[in-house]
Design a protein around this ligand. Structure first.
Ligand code: CU
Ligand code: CU
Length: 331
């Protein structure tokens, strides 16, 4: 509070409204004011989990310019491959956590409640914030509250940043946040969101299908399961519909923790790719999008003919391990 009043005093002395940097942050950022980020920790109250949605769908942009993000940290068993139940650490009970949708200039108001058995945190790659303040670890039974302003458009990862980060990401603590550019994404499209990630399971003693994360395998990056949206071959089992002649826009995040994504759609070419989803980073005519762990990209393509178009990570050990889905194109 003292810092805030100091800030207001300095701001009025300089005859500018509000607090924080007000000029353009740098190339690629929108010209928005980014206020000081402060955080409060309180005892956790009761919470209501939002209902689960299909993880590949881009949720509607909320109205107004404050996005309320209520996340609850929960230990949950999730299915990562057919007949593989994994003891996951989650945001809101799912892996990945919910897709967050904002636009440039919005205030993202975060409430993080820890109902899990150990300390966790949240790190937004889309934010400009001091990690020791905003990304601090929240003890079980406590709630962290902070807010930040989205200055950069794109598709970004969020994840738990509590050490060892390798274990917290491997165990399922990540998701995607999409920040729309000021003028939107362009032509109307069929939007899909994909979070690629890999798992390092080991069987629980005495169980046939219950697994937990193996830190030794994580350290050597020997993944046994690779997924789009948390379940191996999710979209081979349930192909995603697209329309011939209509633009498809994919928002892809590679959560890792350690494997790169080589995102490729068989049978077509991306007419346009935006690195990290920033409209200033345009590459044309791309066969395969290189996405590092902790990175993202937006790709656009249009198919010319009805048929089945697989999408893969073209790193084929990972394709075999579950990183494959299908688009079903119809007229
Ligand atoms: Cu965590
Ligand atoms: Cu990170």
């Amino acid at each position: 509070m003292r810092r805030l009043s100091q800030c207001i005093a300095i701001a009025s002395a300089l005859a500018i409204a509000g607090c924080g940097s007000s000029s353009k942050i740098g190339s690629g950022a929108a010209d928005v004011r980014v206020p000081t980020v402060e955080a409060q920790v309180t005892k956790a109250g009761s919470f209501v989990l939002p209902s689960a949605v299909n993880p590949e769908l881009l949720p509607q942009l909320p109205s107004g310019d404050v996005i309320h993000v209520d996340l609850v940290l929960l230990d949950r068993d999730v299915e990562i491959a057919p007949d593989m139940h994994y003891r996951a650490w989650t945001f809101n009970g799912t892996v990945p956590g919910p897709v967050i949708h904002a636009k440039v200039g919005d205030t993202v108001d975060v409430t993080l409640t820890n109902k899990a058995m150990m300390g966790h945190s949240i790190d937004f790659h889309a934010a400009l914030a001091p990690p020791n303040v905003a990304y601090q670890t929240v003890a079980p039974g406590h709630t962290l509250h902070f807010s930040w302003v989205a200055a950069y458009p794109g598709v970004f990862m969020y994840h738990c940043g509590t050490p060892p980060v390798l274990a917290h990401i491997s165990n399922g603590m990540y998701g995607a946040i999409i920040v729309d550019p000021k003028d939107g994404w362009g032509d109307d499209a069929q939007d899909y969101v994909f979070v690629q990630s890999e798992f390092y399971p080991t069987l629980m003693t005495g169980s046939k299908d219950d697994y937990f994360g193996d830190l030794t395998k994580m350290r050597s990056a020997l993944a046994e399961v690779v997924t789009f949206n948390g379940l191996a071959f999710r979209y081979r089992t349930n192909p995603l519909p697209i329309k011939v002649g209509k633009l498809v826009r994919v928002f892809v995040v590679d959560a890792g923790p350690s494997h790169f994504s080589a995102f490729h759609v068989v049978g077509t070419i991306f007419n346009k790719v935006m690195l990290d989803g920033n409209p200033e980073n345009v590459t044309m005519g791309v066969q395969t999008i290189a996405i590092p762990p902790g990175g993202g990209a937006v790709g656009e393509f249009t198919v010319q003919q009805a048929g089945t178009y697989p999408f893969v990570t073209h790193s084929f050990g990972d394709t075999d391990a579950g990183g494959l889905g299908l688009f079903q194109a119809t007229d």
